[in-house]
Structure formats: C-alpha cells, structure tokens
Write a new protein. Sequence first.
Length: 233
Amino acid sequence: MVQPILLIEDDRKIARVVRVYLEGAGYRVVHCEKGKEAVDSALNEMPLVAILDLMLPDITGEELCQELKEIGDFPIIMLTSKSSEEERIAGFALGADDYVVKPFSPRELVYRVKAVLKRAQKADLGSAEPMKFNDGLLTVDGQSYSVKKRGVLVDLTPTEFKVLYVLASSPGRVFTREELVDKALGYQFEGYERSIDAHIKNIRHKIEDDTRNPAFILTIYGVGYRFSGKRDG
C-alpha cells in the first residue's frame, strides 16, 4: 500500500477540502485532529509527508513538529494563520520544509506537496564528487544529500539542502530570490520568494561561524544571494 499523506488539522471543514484535493491528485490521506493521534499514526505507518496545522487542541504544532522529526525523515508542511516573517523563520528552524498561510488555495497546496516530495527524493544531483570549500571547512555532497562542516554532519531539511546546493554549485553567481525558488523549490507562487530569506537565515545558522559576517552565503542587497566559498582543488 502506498504511504499516506498525514493531515493534522482540527478544523474539519478545512480538512475535508484538503482531503478531496489530495485524493483527487492520487494521494492516500490519513486525517488526525489531535497531536497524539498524529504521533500514533506516524509510528504505525510512516507518511510520505505531513501537513501540520500549528493550532491544535492538545499540543502546539511546534512541539508536534519536533516529535514527528524524531519519528522519521519525511517532509513537513506547516499550515497556519501565523504569517509574520519571524513566525515563518521559527517554523523553518524547527525543520519545516514549507509554510502555507491560511487562507490558502487547495490547488496550490497540492503543488507544494508535489514539490516537497520531489525535493525529498534522495536522487543523485549530478555531482561526481562532493563539493568542498574553504580548505574542507564545508562539504556539500549531491549524491548522499549531506552537508558537513569541519567533518561533522549538518542537519538540513531537503528544502534547505536544495537551496544550498543550487548556490554552492555556482560560486560567485548572484541568484535572485525568484531564481532560487524556481531552481531549488521547483515552483513559483506570488510572494513566496520572500520565504527564501527564511530558508537562507536558517541555513546560515547551521553552516556559518558568524551569521553577521557570513563566509559562505552573502546577501546582495536589492538582488538576492551569492555563494562566496572558495572551491577546493
């Protein structure tokens, strides 16, 4: 049986609409209204992806996100009315792969599910050898989907890895936010390019020694971002 999409939403009307669209796209959906039910469901059957409402009756969505991350390495899409940049950044920092603000388009949500699943596939990104920068300080491996800093594995979400991989593959090139959305995330929706800022901030916290003076990802004000690491060899 195909792995399900785990939908965690206590609003039955919203859940019903999301379920109809996802099942119409060919997915199997398991719906839970409470956090404990979701944990039990994920333990019983590993989901393809979890769609998580942050406002639940028994546990905060942020706490549940952390519990789900401990269960398995599947993408998590946060579904919430919390829309500020800081709230988005907090969501990505917890390990979310995408962040959808209510009210939302069910069709857009389906496309985002497809996009995070595509990014989560551990496919060879075409790099024959791992990319090493700054005398081995940072290693980005497209075959194993892994990043190491000073030889220690860095815990990146699939989305964060793709954003970093796109930047690191072209050191010195300036990418606009729109280009990063298109190349790393695989889709474009109005306003979503601003979420790239949240992903970049989260990546910096994981790979930079000093986020105020980054060695790898530089902000090109008014344009976008540039990877400044020096490729070894």
